[in-house]
Design a protein around this ligand. Structure first.
Ligand code: SAM
Ligand code: DTB
Ligand code: SF4
Length: 345
């Protein structure tokens, strides 16, 4: 079958991706900026707002996460928020200019009894005219179909790192489990949001493997979040970073990762996600030059602090950036096209 978007190749080799990482920095950023301009408005950045609708108490042992029951981070476990409260929060985000409302739950997977409220939330947020994104852990095909039917626009489910480094970060599930959920989401016709975290003590080769895994998916994720580890005290990886400050991701290496994501997945939105709070404006500017075109706004991510709206407004002003004005119809078409189980068989 012909690829739906031929300019988005899925046949990248690890060697090709490693060669991109190895380019002289300015050459790499220049090439990424060229690719970016060919497919996106380079002065527009998508604004998304994040809300934790169910915080803490998660049974998974992700070594980076403050919400795992295996961490001693002081994050208190809460019940899932009421639908009404979530919708009130979404209305505030919309009034603040946000284009997409992303909701996260500290679950290994949603239980079937959670689904009716989740469906109601998706419908309610969509009625407000915002795009919806959810990240609820692993999904069965049936749950993915229910979310698609409710009108969910995006599902976030990160592969986090390379297949080789995966079990250093998480042991309670495998990379294949993650890929299976991504398949279920894709088959249901929901746009895929998948990326990962850099700065978890992984090697350069792991960053190659991380991008390679995403860029060789049959259809690239429409949205690729690149997070810098937010080191949280009491988590395995946060404590590791506190003990070995050398392990902190170098800004230049972070920008390289963004640039390689942009070149290998030219049509995707590349999201400069967690970690902006401790990043200089100059580093963020390099990320935007290298093709990042989406951020989370507001002063909180799920549990960790984020650069606040006022700071971002100042930065956007300085850099001459503006919020993304509209949805790219082609990108939407890519998400929906061919995404049926029949088409895959
Ligand atoms: N429980 C769901 C799951 O793991 O898929 C959804 C929520 S989870 C917090 C969403 C993503 O946030 C994770 O996959 C991870 O990539 C990112 N994340 C979590 N803690 C982080 C941290 N301390 N620094 C950077 N990214 C983090
Ligand atoms: C993603 O890749 N980054 C966002 C979103 N997906 C859900 C979350 C980052 C979480 C940062 C740590 C925290 O707030 O606890
Ligand atoms: Fe749970 Fe998600 Fe945190 Fe892992 S990243 S511990 S699955 S909330």
């Amino acid at each position: 079958m012909e690829p739906i978007r031929p300019e988005a190749r899925s046949d990248w080799s690890r060697e090709e991706i490693a060669a991109l990482f190895d380019l002289p920095f300015t050459e790499l950023v220049f090439r990424a900026a060229e690719v970016h301009r060919a497919h996106h408005a380079a002065d527009e950045v998508q604004l998304a707002t994040l809300l934790s609708i169910k915080t803490g108490g998660c049974p998974e042992d992700c070594g980076y996460c403050s919400q795992s029951v295996h961490a001693d981070s002081g994050v208190e476990a809460t019940k899932m928020m009421d639908v009404r409260e979530v919708l009130q929060s979404a209305a505030r985000a919309r009034d603040g200019g946000s284009q997409r409302f992303c909701m996260g739950a500290a679950w290994r997977n949603p239980k079937d009894r959670d689904m009716p409220a989740i469906v109601e939330i998706v419908k309610g947020v969509r009625q407000m005219g915002m795009e919806t994104c959810m990240t609820l852990g692993m999904l069965s095909p049936k749950q993915a179909d229910m979310l698609a039917e409710a009108g969910l626009d995006y599902y976030n489910h990160n592969i986090d790192t390379s297949p080789e480094y995966y079990e250093r970060a998480v042991t309670t599930r495998t990379m294949d489990d993650r890929l299976e959920t991504l398949d279920n989401v894709r088959f249901a016709g929901i746009n895929v949001c998948s990326g990962g975290i850099v700065g978890m003590g992984e090697t350069g080769a792991d960053r190659v493997g991380f991008i390679h895994t995403l860029a060789t998916l049959e259809q690239h994720p429409e949205s690729v979040p690149v997070n810098a580890l937010v080191p949280v005290k009491g988590t395995v990886l946060g404590d590791m970073l506190a003990d070995t400050p050398m392990a902190k991701i170098d800004d230049i290496e972070f920008v390289r990762t963004v640039a390689v994501a942009r070149i290998t997945m030219p049509l995707s939105m590349v999201r400069l996600s967690a970690g902006r709070e401790s990043m200089s404006e100059a580093t963020q500017a390099l990320c935007f030059l290298a093709g990042a075109n989406s951020i989370f706004t507001g002063d909180k991510l799920l549990t960790a602090p984020n650069a606040g709206d006022d700071e971002d407004a100042v930065m956007f002003d300085k850099l001459g950036l503006k919020p993304l004005s509209g949805e790219d119809p082609l990108r939407q078409a890519q998400g929906r096209a061919g995404a049926t189980r029949e088409a895959a068989e």
